[in-house]
Design a protein around this ligand. Structure first.
Ligand code: NAD
Length: 275
């Protein structure tokens, strides 16, 4: 069954389910992304810092899939924030990907201590105007960082990609994003395998009730909340399992029980402190 699309605030749309390649070995990326395409994924989330844009590009080139059917995201790393450095970093990413444009380009972290994200965002506006980026967004931005972008620039980010899973739901950021038409991308949707999300009884009960796996239940929770997700796995059978989530629905009680798992279970760094 086909993946629903989420409408973005700039008129573009994005497949709600994709495949993320954080920690996918650069030497294996082309093979693994090829597996993802064969399974049916069309949305790939990479970043310069993952070191595997070339592998993503190789899989795209060899796939024969028409470019307009793909949705490719990459991200600007922290030490490239600025103006000229943004254009140079973007050119280099595009070249490694072997593409004429990316669908979505993100500021990877706000890095408030550098105080360059407003300047960086103005460069992103120029990139979008050039046509080589279709949509621009941010990642790991909290409410104060979003408020500042909205106050000081003319473009509302299309998305904010934040750590989000049932144990860490960031309600303040989600509410602000919803009020301002910013779509939420949930990274670490399965708790990165670090937080024991898939062992909670609320998850395993729903899995048993639907005859599905705990991972499929958590992915359904995200989709039904309206979040964009791109769970990662190196294993083809899990990649297929994570994609096979469009023929069952969690009921309200199951959704509420999983939502009640909120417990500040952040698995990664606090955005205020990343530089
Ligand atoms: P994730 O929550 O997708 O967890 C991946 C891990 O979950 C796997 O390594 C595996 O251990 C486990 N897993 C996957 N499928 C499973 C299944 N079916 N059953 C059981 N276990 C399973 O974590 P992630 O990879 O960090 O997040 C997804 C994507 O989000 C990344 O690949 C990347 O694209 C993006 N991301 C972005 C940022 C950011 O700062 N913007 C940070 C981290 C990740």
């Amino acid at each position: 069954s086909s993946v629903p699309r989420i409408q973005l605030n700039d008129g573009n749309s994005i497949p709600q389910l994709g495949f993320g390649v954080f920690k996918v070995d650069p030497d294996e990326t082309a093979r693994i992304v090829t597996d993802a395409f064969e399974i049916g994924y069309r949305h790939i989330d990479t970043a310069r810092i993952y070191g595997n844009e070339e592998g993503v590009g190789k899989a795209i080139a060899e796939s024969g899939i028409p470019r307009e059917q793909l949705f490719i995201t990459t991200k600007l790393w922290n030490d490239d924030q600025g103006t000229r450095s943004v254009f140079d970093a973007f050119d280099a990413s595009l070249e490694r990907l072997g593409l004429e444009y990316v669908d979505l380009y993100l500021i990877h972290w706000p890095t408030p201590a550098r105080d360059r994200y407003v300047e960086t965002w103005r460069a992103f506006e120029e990139l979008r105007a050039s046509g080589r980026v279709r949509s621009i967004g941010v990642s790991n931005f909290l409410v104060p960082h979003l408020e500042r972008l909205l106050a000081e620039t003319g473009t509302v980010p299309a998305v904010d990609q934040i750590e989000l899973h049932p144990a860490h739901q960031q309600p303040d950021t989600v509410e602000f994003a919803e009020e301002n038409g910013i779509a939420i991308e949930a990274w670490g949707p399965l708790g990165q395998g670090k937080y024991p999300l898939l062992e909670h009884q609320e998850v395993t009960d729903a899995a048993a009730a639907h005859g599905r796996s705990p991972a499929q239940v958590v992915i359904r929770w995200h989709l039904q909340r309206g979040f964009i997700v791109f769970p990662k796995s190196n294993r083809r059978e899990r990649m297929a399992e994570n994609f096979d989530v469009f023929d069952f629905t969690l009921d309200d009680a199951e959704m509420e029980a999983i939502t009640a798992l909120e417990r500040e279970g952040r698995v990664s760094s606090h955005p205020e402190h990343v530089n």
